[in-house]
Design a protein around this ligand. Sequence first.
Ligand code: THU
Length: 130
Amino acid sequence: MSLIDDARAVRENAHAPYSRFKVGAALRATSGTVHVGCNVENVAYPEGTCAEAGAIAAMIAAGDTRIAEIAVIADSPSPVPPCGGCRQKIAEFADGDVTVTLATTAGTTLQTTVSALLPGAFGKGHMEGD
Ligand code: THU
């Protein structure tokens, strides 16, 4: 099964009664293990979490630490990109050249990279004083 297939499957479990926009994410850790997540909304809207955040939390909980590849899917007119916050979350655990596959449920895909999605990212180096 491809990462997109995994993302497509977990998307079905999304809890999105407010936006009605279900999102699925699947990542392959550098260990080879696949971790998945879906968006989980809340009646207190800001408390909702994105699919990518769920997949990252599952990865960390399982003991993996680095993302080798990640895919995101939604029923969107064009391949769905991670929101700004999720770009930063992905960048925490992925090298800049890691492939991010954006997909629609209709079958359109777009491949990009972590650094293309988050140019000029804030990183550890910015906290080093002189
Ligand atoms: N959403 C994600 O899960 N990932 C993204 O990268 C974009 C947005 C979710 C959050 C919310 O539950 C719904 O999509 C509408 O914004």
